[in-house]
Write a protein that binds this ligand. Structure first.
Ligand code: PLP
Length: 449
């Protein structure tokens, strides 16, 4: 069978919360003023209670409101494909599958959470959401989600992406969003950073600082975050739950699950429902592998410790793998994988040995994506291309039949300039230097580990 499809009734009715299955709980987020654990009330200025409760919940299953499932029906359930032509090209005994999230209107997994976030904010009377975006995937997902609930949105888009990717901006504007290149003159943080460095290319950390400030200074406005937080990961578990059902239909189960990690949401969403079986001992030898760029090697070279989520140090401190919040990434094209931190849940499961991580150079990643495009037809996002590269590597290493599945997080049709750069030979490999990580860690010396 080429693709395994489900019915609309198979759209999950619950999100799966892996916090229920951790043997010891997550280290709590800290208030940076007091270094004490954050209280839910501290977050009320920028988040709705519905999401704050999900952030700290230890219930295993959280019901998905029918209004959200109704919108999920536009593109869910998403297909699970068998990549037989790729298998043949690799001459591998492995069976390769991928779960295709590129069928959503914005083209990635991100609306799974954007729609949910818009819904809970709308329910609590919020009229406007603000956020940051790197490559433009999250911004377009939030513009899509807010539009469906008649809300306004403003997107702070990392300046180098704003310049490289005008069509993502047009897409966001088509769904009614206001989009600005960050850093802007609209916030105090933005003005300060521009005063220090007038031609900065921006970063996700800076754009987050601007959006958080905007939300904190407007009553009708909340902040939306596209990855990292527990509730974002929670919303994305619709991916993995559908996958489990799809593998049941073909009487198979993955030996290896692979996904790219920026903040961790698509891969956590795809893998956590399976990790449940590893944690509970049902599938102890399951391998779960995160893939990241060597230019932003958070899991492979970063430290597991408390750090801020943004550059300016406005957010709570999160215990996670981090390269340091002062990280300014090289302008590699996988914009969505350029964040200095990672989901605390994914970080902890990596630290505790349930998940592994690998990192690759840019050129080999594009080479893999092109083999995938030529065999399977889909041109994937540069972020997703990292997962493709690892899948190909693991399939090549297989000496016997194994089932490998990767989370195919989105299409690359707004990223064709990156493919063009690869064809022209102008994409450069870059490895983030250890000295810069050590330096960033020294800046964290006042913060508890
Ligand atoms: C944003 C994005 C990512 C990275 O974000 P995660 O939170 O790690 O999933 C990966 N793939 C695509 C297509 C994206 O848009």
């Amino acid at each position: 069978m080429k693709k395994i499809v489900l019915d609309e009734e198979d759209i999950p009715k619950y999100w799966y919360n892996i916090q229920a299955d951790l043997s010891d709980p997550l280290d709590p987020p800290l208030n940076p003023q007091t270094m004490e654990p954050i209280k839910p009330d501290d977050l009320k200025a920028i988040f709705p209670m519905g999401l704050i409760q999900q952030e700290v919940s230890r219930e295993r299953y959280i019901p998905i409101p029918e209004e959200i499932r109704e919108i999920y029906r536009i593109w869910r359930p998403t297909p699970l494909y068998r990549a037989e032509r790729l298998e043949k090209a690799l001459k591998t005994p492995a069976k390769i599958y991928f779960k295709w999230e590129g069928v959503s209107p914005p083209g990635s997994h991100k609306p799974n959470s954007a729609v949910a976030q818009a819904y809970y904010n709308m329910k609590e009377g919020i009229e406007r959401l603000v956020t940051e975006t790197g490559a433009g995937q999250w911004g377009s997902a939030l513009a899509f989600g807010t539009n469906l609930f008649d809300m306004k949105s403003r997107i702070y888009m990392v300046k180098c992406s704003y310049e490289q990717k005008p069509y993502r901006r047009v897409l966001m504007e088509s769904w009614g969003a206001e989009v600005y290149p960050s850093p802007t003159e609209l916030t105090e943080v933005g003005r300060k950073i521009r005063a220090e460095d007038s031609d900065t290319s921006g970063s996700l950390g800076i754009a987050i600082s601007e959006a958080v400030e905007d939300a904190a200074t407007h009553d009708d406005t909340n902040y939306a975050l596209g990855s990292v937080l527990n509730y974002v990961v929670l919303h994305q578990t619709v991916i993995g739950q559908e996958m489990k059902k799809q593998f049941e239909l073909i009487d198979d189960y993955p030996d290896i699950i692979i996904g790219c990690v920026g903040g961790g949401s698509n891969f956590a969403g795809a893998s956590f429902p399976f990790l449940h079986d590893k944690i509970t001992g049902k599938k102890p030898d399951l391998r779960v592998i995160s893939v990241e760029p060597l230019a932003c090697p958070t899991l492979t070279k970063g430290r597991y410790r408390y750090d801020f989520g943004d550059t300016a140090g406005l957010t709570p401190l999160l215990k996670m793998y981090t390269l340091g919040h002062s990280f300014i990434p090289a302008a590699i094209h996988a914009g969505g994988l350029r964040y200095h931190g990672d989901s605390p849940l994914l970080s902890k499961l990596t630290k505790d040995g349930y998940m592994e991580a690998v990192a690759y150079h840019q050129r080999e990643v594009f080479e893999a994506a092109l083999l995938f495009a030529k065999t399977e037809g889909f041109v994937v996002a540069p972020e997703t291309a990292h997962a493709v590269k690892a899948t190909i590597d693991f399939a090549r290493m297989c000496k016997e039949e194994k089932t490998i599945v990767f989370a195919n997080s989105g299409h690359g049709y707004f990223d064709l300039s990156a493919y063009d750069a690869y064809h022209k030979g102008t994409i450069q490999d870059y490895e983030y230097p250890d000295e810069l990580i050590d330096k960033a860690m020294r800046d964290l010396s006042d913060i508890p580990e």
